[in-house]
Write a new protein. Structure first.
Length: 526
């Protein structure tokens, strides 16, 4: 965990500007058609996928990824391909158009799971040629399916993020009152914490392709998607068939997983985004308002209201029972029924199973975990009322301290202070940026700064065992940083990052921006 990320360096290949303009126009037209006609089936996409302009843009995106230096089973890197980019694109297009192209097996690499020693996550690394084709497919398929995805789905989507999902959840769980002076009531009483066993490795290919064909009926495009799903895995020199799942690490895999798992949101379409449900003559409001009205009317009429929130394969089901006596108990029974119903749906349609031990049913007044945060509805001293808050789990801060400790261990005293500070800064900067919207983050950041400062000090004492503290301060004079009581460690132009100076503020849903093809500002290049 102490290794530094490689610098991005200069772009290896950049597609011409007209190619990007062409792709923006195509994506906007696909998105507009998909959004306006919910039952439209796209029959002719092969020409767009194999267009040389699309392939050049796809190569640019592959060349700009952080993993461009990693090769697949053929040992070819992006740098070797970009030396002859135009010839590579021409040859690849010829293979696709003639039907000679066949995806290669992905190279499997096991990476350790953070926080679970001894457990590993399989990561598939496709070849550069396969990555370019997958990126070209995604350029065309993403706008088609993005119009169908629900607003409660936040994982691996343009303009969506972890913080957006947490803020949306916090707004839904915010206690409300319909009349001034009335006691605040919980809008939802129980939450089902969904956990799918090996989701990406066990998605049924037949169920996934059925959902793809509802929108795309181009046989060549669908055969290419199936070919990637069936390409297989090369692990330690052994070929393994892939009869199920979408290998993690592929460019196309997150989109395919979202297409499959959107079946969860479709079950609760009425309460989330009734886009496919035709409005009545009296109600011509947008789907968001109709969903809000449906939740209210169903609750008044004594029906159960369920709202899902999903980030990739992590999802929650917020359950509300009809007002009345024993509402809390009835909501728990409804949550158990929904858990069983969703488990049966996933098993029947996608061959997926919910983990019985990890899929929990929790009252919203107790702490539950979602996307690395603790979420609960509790009494807020700042507002003198109950509020939904997201907190930094203590185990996460303890885990960060362990990573800092490993960076400053005895075996690393041979490196320079400059290298140590670079490693710590990369770690602290990313961690504080992720948790800067959590409640009480400022206090946690301050304690981490204290721990990091003294960890560096102890590392210097081990590096220079026969040097006094006064001499150490002469060798490595600390720099005066605002907001710190003592000088901050500094060496060769690098200063230890101060997490406490990170701006801490609540996340706002208005910060999220839709993808560029969802906003039309006139034709690009016009």
């Amino acid at each position: 965990m102490g290794t530094l990320p490689k610098p991005p360096g200069k772009a290896m290949y950049v597609a011409p500007s007209p190619d990007w303009d062409w792709l923006r126009i195509v994506q906007w037209k696909l998105y507009e058609r998909s959004e306006e006609q919910v039952d439209y089936v796209f029959c002719k996409l092969w020409g767009l996928v194999t267009d040389p302009r699309n392939l050049r843009v796809a190569l640019t995106r592959v060349a700009g990824n952080r993993g461009r230096r990693t090769a697949g089973v053929d040992g070819i890197t992006v740098g070797r391909v970009t030396r002859r980019a135009e010839d590579f694109v021409a040859e690849l297009r010829s293979e696709l158009r003639s039907g000679a192209y066949r995806p290669s097996p992905v190279r499997r690499v096991l990476i350790p799971k953070i926080g679970t020693p001894g457990k590993f996550r399989p990561l598939g690394i496709p070849t550069v040629k396969d990555r370019v084709v997958q990126a070209a497919l995604k350029n065309i398929l993403e706008p088609v399916f993005e119009a169908d995805f629900f607003p409660v789905s936040f994982g691996f989507r343009p303009g969506k993020s972890v913080h957006g999902a947490l803020e949306y959840l916090r707004v839904l769980l915010r206690p409300k009152s319909h009349k001034q002076g009335q006691e605040l009531r919980l809008p939802y009483q129980w939450v089902v914490e969904g956990d799918i066993k090996g989701c990406f490795d066990n998605i049924d290919h037949h169920g996934l392709m059925e959902r793809v064909r509802r929108r795309v009926s181009d046989p060549k495009v669908n055969r290419l998607v199936v070919a990637f799903l069936k390409a297989g895995v090369m692990s330690e020199g052994t070929f393994l068939r892939s009869d199920a799942g979408t290998p993690q690490g592929g460019i196309l895999s997150p989109l395919l997983a979202n297409i499959a798992l959107s079946i969860i949101e479709e079950r609760y379409e009425r309460h989330v985004w009734p886009r496919r449900i035709p409005p009545t003559r009296r109600d011509a409001s947008p789907p968001g308002q109709r969903a809000k009205d449906a939740r209210y009317h169903d609750s008044v009429r004594g029906r159960t209201v369920v709202v899902p929130i999903r980030y990739a394969d992590d999802f929650l089901l917020l359950v509300r029972a009809a007002p009345g006596p024993q509402q809390f108990e009835r909501a728990k029974l409804d949550a158990e029924k929904e858990k069983a119903a969703v488990a049966a749906l996933l098993k029947q349609q996608l061959g997926l199973e919910l983990s019985e031990t990890k899929t929990l049913i929790t009252p919203v007044t107790k702490t539950f975990v979602f996307l690395g945060h603790h979420v609960c509805v509790r009494h807020s001293r700042g507002f003198a009322r109950r509020a939904c808050v997201t907190l930094i789990p203590k185990e996460r801060s303890h885990r960060l301290r362990e990573r800092i400790k490993r960076l400053c261990q005895n075996s690393r005293t041979g490196q320079s202070l400059h290298d140590l500070l670079c490693g710590l800064n990369w770690l602290l900067r990313g961690w504080s940026a992720f948790y800067r919207h959590a409640w009480g983050a400022k206090r946690v950041f301050g304690s981490l700064d204290y721990y990091a400062w003294w960890s560096v000090f102890r590392w210097l004492r081990k590096k220079h065992q026969h040097t006094s503290v006064k001499r150490l301060k002469t060798l490595y004079p600390p720099s005066k940083e605002p907001g710190t009581r003592r000088g901050q460690w500094h060496h060769q132009g690098v200063t230890l990052f101060v997490a406490g100076r990170t701006q801490v503020e609540p996340y706002r849903l208005a910060w999220a921006r839709p993808p560029h093809y969802a906003i039309h500002h006139g034709e690009p290049g016009a």
